[in-house]
Design a protein. Structure first.
Length: 395
């Protein structure tokens, strides 16, 4: 159970309850349910990853430089620069962070003053509103729309939400939780909306290598680079979420602002892990990304299996073009809301999924009605068993 906060706690944290992931992971342990809730892979790391970590253990162990260890910054500048079609300065335009989450937190601290508005697309990754609130900002939610079984940006709603007080627009592509991948027209609409208020685009691209359709980085679009900070990490791409090594890339002035915040949060990221990530990027990503392609195909197969199983159990399942989550609409199965159903499923069906409501606010709650998020980054046996249990639960 969540622990009550001390009355002396600062107001910036008193409004936050236990994260939904902690709640449902605990339910999975209590009930022995198959956990398709929290999004971390079951698979062991690739041998390449294990060798890189073993080698790094024998290397430097002291504080890393503030921007990151040179080997990692240079590998990132090379890889990201190639995708963007531009040359990146490995120090001035790259900042290594403690995972993407700290990168996003430092970005909000760097950009947002009290009273500033930050536009978020609902449903959103649940950490975003907390980061905005802790920086003193105000969340402006823009509901995505479901069209022909897929989730898409509502360009008109986004344009209408931007005001002179807008400091940043946060996007996620591929998107968590819907699996949407923004196309060039959507990205151009985001850049135009940001430019109308001289705002910054913050593009969370942690699933960039898990896109099943052609992927376009936000910063590659015309007029985007000068106002875009891109956040990513190694965790999702190489199934090492526990390493917490991420990065922020962008123009010099914006990276300098992120670095000014980052230096007072952790200052430096674990040195051996940075060297291990640099090795992985050199030996796989910069060498053609064969292991990334293999992982992408594994996830594609598991996505298709889970989609088929959920559909057979009576859910209406949206298409996921990237990431490792499926959104399933249960309104044809039950009259109750998604929150109540998610609490019942672990005990009645032996399966854990996450309700979508924590990924919205009051103004955008309608996009979460009756919907659950299922993770397909789990092992094939776990997915098959979850589908079997859900079909049995449905009867």
């Amino acid at each position: 159970m969540a622990t009550a906060l001390d009355p002396r706690a600062a107001s910036r944290v008193t409004e936050f309850e236990e994260t939904v992931f902690a709640t449902y992971s605990r339910l999975a342990l209590e009930t022995g349910a198959v956990n398709l809730g929290q999004g971390f892979p079951d698979d062991p790391p690739d041998p390449l990853v294990q060798r890189a970590l073993q080698a790094a253990v024998a290397g430097p162990q002291q504080y890393a430089p503030l921007p990151g260890v040179p080997a990692l910054n240079e590998a990132l500048a090379t890889a990201i620069g190639a995708r963007l079609g531009r040359s990146l300065d490995p120090v001035r335009e790259v900042q290594v962070t403690v995972g993407a989450t700290e990168g996003l937190f430092a970005t909000m601290q760097a950009l947002v003053d009290p009273g500033d508005e930050v536009v978020l697309l609902a449903p959103w990754y649940d950490a975003y509103p907390a980061m905005v609130t802790m920086a003193g900002g105000h969340v402006v939610g823009v509901a995505m729309r479901e069209d022909a079984g897929a989730w898409r940006l509502d360009r008109a709603a986004l344009a209408a939400a931007v005001t002179p007080r807008t400091k940043a627009i946060v996007i996620t592509t591929p998107h968590n939780p819907t699996g949407a991948v923004m196309d060039e027209a959507d990205l151009d609409a985001v850049v135009a909306a940001a430019a109308s208020a001289d705002a910054v685009v913050v593009s969370d691209e942690v699933y960039e290598h898990l896109s099943f359709v052609p992927f376009t980085p936000a910063a590659s679009r015309p007029g985007a680079w000068e106002r875009t900070l891109t956040v990513s990490s190694v965790g999702k791409s190489y199934a090492v979420t526990g390493w917490k090594v991420g990065w922020v890339t962008g123009p010099t002035e914006l990276i300098a602002a992120v670095r000014a915040a980052h230096q007072w949060i952790p200052f430096a990221v674990a040195t051996p892990l940075q060297h291990a990530v640099a090795s992985i990027l050199r030996d796989d990503l910069l060498a053609g990304g064969a292991r990334l392609e293999e992982q992408r195909e594994r996830y594609r197969s598991r996505r298709d299996a889970l989609h088929e199983g959920l559909t057979a159990a009576g859910f209406a399942v949206s298409r996921a073009d990237g990431g490792y989550f499926l959104v399933a609409d249960a309104r044809a199965l039950v009259d109750e809301g998604a929150d109540a159903l998610a609490l019942r499923l672990p005990r009645e069906a032996g399966v854990v999924a996450i309700p979508m409501t924590p990924f919205t606010d009051a103004a955008t709650r309608h996009v979460a009605e009756g919907r659950l998020r299922f993770a397909f980054c789990k092992g094939e046996d776990a997915i098959d068993e979850a589908c079997r249990r859900l079909r049995a639960w449905r009867g």
